[in-house]
Design a protein around this ligand. Structure first.
Ligand SMILES: *Cc1c(COP(=O)(O)O)cnc(C)c1O
Length: 364
């Protein structure tokens, strides 16, 4: 049996360090905004090349708080991709803004930067690109459009920890970068967790207030805030894994490149493109095939996990039935009908990858 991710293997590999760190944190009993959270924020900011990093309770909260701090609110429009996890759009709705979906580029599966300007209206306030599956979105073009139209860019980096464009990490380019440490993400903790990066000191300060009940000093509440802090115990785990993130991402790339080299030789599948924009860190390995259903059935019959991320684009979700009435985004709809993801994790051995490829070959 081959799963989509092997969280246990990754834990066992660094068990001593994690267990020790957790025991120390238990003894120290500084459970809220304790020393490990502060240390992790500093270490993550250093790794990501951002001036500030602010921990919070989840990737969803990271997006929510970042949009507030970026000044996005009631009546604003936020341009984003319809081909992402629902949380991207939830955060936009939480601040009272409206997601405006722009179709995707079939190769990168990220927002089609050539269609962004057509979607800008006087109400547009922000662009929210997602570095989907670990493939960086075209930030140079996105930022230049934003600058031209006086918009802010908030990056959804939930799937892209460690991905960079010409040495610049995702999350260090927009006004804020939003990360998730959901267990299955490239950098994952043992529960929920999130992080916001920014190079703007005022925004960083605002985020620290927002995540802590709108409080800059105990029992002084300057605005409506939230209880959204990164947990001290999760920070212990994240510190141990952050040290190894390059090695983890390298492992994912090894698996991905082995898949892609073999799939390129098979008719009937299109492997994911590394389109020259930055380094893909393969949070997911997602291919396209008109024969998706038969490939998936064959894999499942051999106890090999596979999944469809995402079968229903956001503009076709029931929650957006009214807001997106009549919206048609043909590339997204085609990709959603043909995409499927294969197991990809650093611990996946080459012979298992070959075994998966054999099953796919047989199914085509
Ligand atoms: C996982 C994910 C989120 C939300 O992160 P949580 O930590 O689960 O709240 C947001 N956006 C994208 C693209 C994601 O994959």
């Amino acid at each position: 049996m081959i799963p989509m991710v092997d969280l246990k293997g990754q834990y066992l590999d660094i068990k001593d360090e994690i267990d020790q760190g957790l025991l120390q944190a238990l003894e120290a009993t500084q459970f809220i905004l304790g020393p490990n959270v502060r240390a992790f924020e500093e270490e993550a900011a250093g790794y990501l090349g951002a001036s500030h990093a602010v921990g919070c309770a989840s990737g969803t909260d990271a997006l929510h708080l970042a949009l507030i701090a970026a000044g996005v609110g009631e009546g604003d429009e936020v341009i984003t991709t319809p081909f992402t996890f629902i949380a991207t759009a939830e955060a936009i709705l939480y601040v009272g803004a409206k997601p405006v979906y722009v179709d995707i580029d079939e190769k990168s599966m990220n927002i089609d930067v050539n269609q962004i300007e057509d979607a800008i209206t006087p109400k547009t306030r922000a662009i929210l690109p997602v570095h989907l599956f670990g493939q960086p979105a075209d930030m140079a073009v996105i930022q230049s459009i934003a600058d031209k139209h006086n918009l802010v860019v908030v990056e959804d980096c939930a799937q892209s920890f460690g991905a960079d464009i010409d040495g610049k990490q995702t999350g260090s380019m927009g006004i804020a970068g939003c990360f998730s440490f959901f267990p299955s993400k490239n950098l994952g903790c043992f529960g929920d967790g999130g992080l916001i990066t920014t190079n703007d000191e005022k925004i960083a300060e605002h985020l620290r207030v927002l995540r802590n009940h709108g409080s800059w000093q105990r029992y002084h509440h300057s605005e409506l805030g939230f209880n959204s802090r990164l947990d001290e115990l999760q920070a212990v785990i994240l510190r141990a894994k952050l040290k190894r993130i390059d090695q983890y991402n390298e492992g994912r790339r090894r698996v991905a490149h082995r898949y892609s080299a073999a799939l390129a030789e098979m008719d009937g599948t299109t492997p994911p493109h590394e389109d020259g924009i930055g380094t893909h860190v393969y949070h997911q390995y997602t291919l396209l095939s008109a024969k998706r259903d038969q490939i998936m059935a064959a894999l499942q019959a051999q106890q090999i996990a596979c999944a469809v991320y995402y079968p229903i684009p956001l503009h076709q979700q029931e929650v957006f039935a009214e807001m997106c009435q009549g919206v048609s985004l043909p590339v997204t709809e085609k990709v959603a009908s043909q995409c499927m993801s294969l197991p990809v994790y650093p611990e996946l051995e080459d012979d298992k990858v070959d075994q998966i490829l054999e099953v796919i070959r047989g199914a085509l």
